[in-house]
Every structure is written in C-alpha cells, then in structure tokens.
Design a binder for this molecule. Structure first.
Ligand SMILES: [Zn+2]
Length: 306
C-alpha cells in the first residue's frame, strides 16, 4: 500500500451525536461541501467516551478493548497492548513522524494513547486549547493530529442534547473547526491533508430544563456525525459506518496495512465509496465474526451496521 496523504487531522467533537445537521454550522458545511458526510455513523455500545474514543483510536470495539472512563483516567495505556493505538501503528512505520494528541478530556491522551512514543500533547478547555492547537499546526505541521473538544458534551450534560443551548455551543465549536482547518491552510499542508470531523456519541434530552446523559442506545445517543475531505475523498453521503472505522481510514491514508478481521478482534473497515480507490474491499457485514474469535463477546455486530 502506498501512502495517500502526508497529513491526517481528526477533530473529535465529544457528544455532538448527529446534531451537526440541526445546528448552525456554516464552517462545517463549507469545509465538507465536496467531501463525504454522514449523520448516521454508529457509535460504540455503551455510548460512553472511553469506550467510543477507544474504538476509534484502537480499531476494536469496547467488547474487545474493555476500556472505561475509570480505566483511561487512572491507567496509562499499555505500550505492549495487543491493540496498539493509531499513534503506535503510525510510529512503528514512520519513526520520525510528528504526531499530536490534543484533547480537552486528557484521559484520551493518557489512557488510550501509549505514553512513551513521542506524541506531542496538551490539554485545556477547548476555548483555550484551540489556539494552542493552531500554533502547533503552524509550527510543527503534524503528520497525524488527533483533537478532542469537550464543551458540546458539557452543554448536553447541562442543558440536554439537541436543546437550543446545546446547538448554540455546537455553533461555537464549528468556529473552532474552522480555526483548525485554516491553520492547516496557513501551514501550507491542507492540500495534502485528510481532514476529518467525528463525534463519539450523542445523548438524551429529558426536557424540563434537565441535563442530558448518554451511555444507552437510543437514536439520540447512538447515531453520530462523520465527515471527511481530502484530495481522494468522494463527494458522497456515507451509507454505512461505525465509529471504529476511523482507525482503518487513518491507516489507509498513511499506507499502513490494517489487521485482518479475524486477527485480534480487529473490526475496523473503510466505508464504501469514501475514497476514489477501486482497490478498497467492499464494506462487509461482519456479523459472522460474533463469537468467532475468543476476544469478541456476544455483543451483536449485525445491528451495528445501519
Ligand atoms: Zn464522549
């Protein structure tokens, strides 16, 4: 496999669910106008941050990686895990690559990314973190940059997901997505960048001004936004995708061969039609893998393929 992109930038918007389609997000709409978008990507079950970000960065579901918010907050991600993070997989192939993990919720960098493989990192509330990220992009031109912005999820917990207050916060964060995209442009790397926005899960809205929550499997919790743009990204609506497919997408961009489905529980694959490349295998129903490998639990896969 040849390398397709010099740079991959992933902007994760925690708790955004599918509400990007309802919020006023002019920058998102413009950036991805010629890209591939879905508001129906499937989250991980349970729809909780560690489980979900773990699925994306490791390429295996929670039934396999077994990470929880408690674990990632208290335990550095093991450097000898049979499920290496994207950072380790990229580092092993590109020893000199500039890699960055800039997360508002720092347990991602601490508990899902190996701590000793030279990943640049910082953490702050997303209002303060975004300018730091933009400086980092302009100065270091990172080859792989993973970002998590947390304030939309905070608005959901406080006001309910999908409420006017929640959508207003999504509008603010849309501006941060624009700042990050523009920093890539100012760094002179945007033409060679695969630029992605993804949410980990959505949440609930109990009404009556009560705060929302997530962790369950209602439509508001399980359907999320994914969008990609880049020189080989097709202008399509993605029909079928799981958030853990992010891992396969990023590895493809770097020309790194992904593990096979039956090896170590890997269940990440590239959505149909995402890239202009006929060599990508068709998106497969992987329900037959349920129980086929010792590490795969009885958590059904079929229902996850929307
Ligand atoms: Zn989350």
């Amino acid at each position: 496999m040849s390398r397709k992109y010099s740079h991959v930038v992933v902007v994760g918007i925690d708790g955004a669910g599918a509400w990007v389609k309802d919020a006023d997000t002019p920058h998102f709409d413009r950036i991805f106008a010629n890209g591939a978008v879905t508001y129906g990507a499937l989250s991980s079950n349970p729809s909780i941050s560690a489980e979900c970000w773990g699925s994306m960065l490791l390429g295996v579901g929670p039934e396999i990686h077994k990470l929880t918010n408690g674990i990632v907050s208290s335990t550095p991600y093991p450097t000898d895990s049979p499920f290496p993070s994207l950072f380790r997989r990229i580092r092993e192939v590109y020893p000199d690559a500039e890699l960055g993990s800039y997360c508002d919720w720092n347990p991602i960098t601490y508990g899902i990314v190996e701590n000793n493989i030279g990943v640049s990192h910082d953490t702050a509330k997303d209002d303060e973190l975004t300018p730091i990220i933009c400086d980092y992009i302009r100065n270091k031109k990172p080859e792989f940059l993973f970002i998590q912005l947390d304030s939309v999820d905070g608005a959901g917990h406080k006001h309910g997901y999908g409420t006017p207050e929640f959508l207003a916060r999504l509008n603010v964060v849309d501006g941060y997505v624009n700042d990050i995209y523009n920093a890539c442009d100012e760094a002179g790397i945007i033409e060679e960048t695969l630029f992605i926005v993804i949410a980990d899960h959505g949440g609930t809205n109990p009404g009556n001004g009560q705060g929302g929550s997530h962790g369950g499997w209602t439509d508001g919790e399980k359907y999320v936004t994914f969008a990609a743009t880049g020189k080989t990204v097709n202008n399509i609506k993605i029909e079928e995708m799981n958030i853990r497919d992010l891992a396969a997408i990023v590895l493809y961009a770097f020309g790194i061969e992904e593990p096979q489905f039956d090896e170590k529980g890997w269940t990440s694959q590239i959505p149909a039609g995402l890239f202009d490349d006929k060599n990508i295998p068709p998106y497969r129903d992987i329900s037959h893998l349920t129980g086929a490998a010792p590490r795969i639990s009885k958590v059904p896969h079929t229902s996850e393929l929307i």
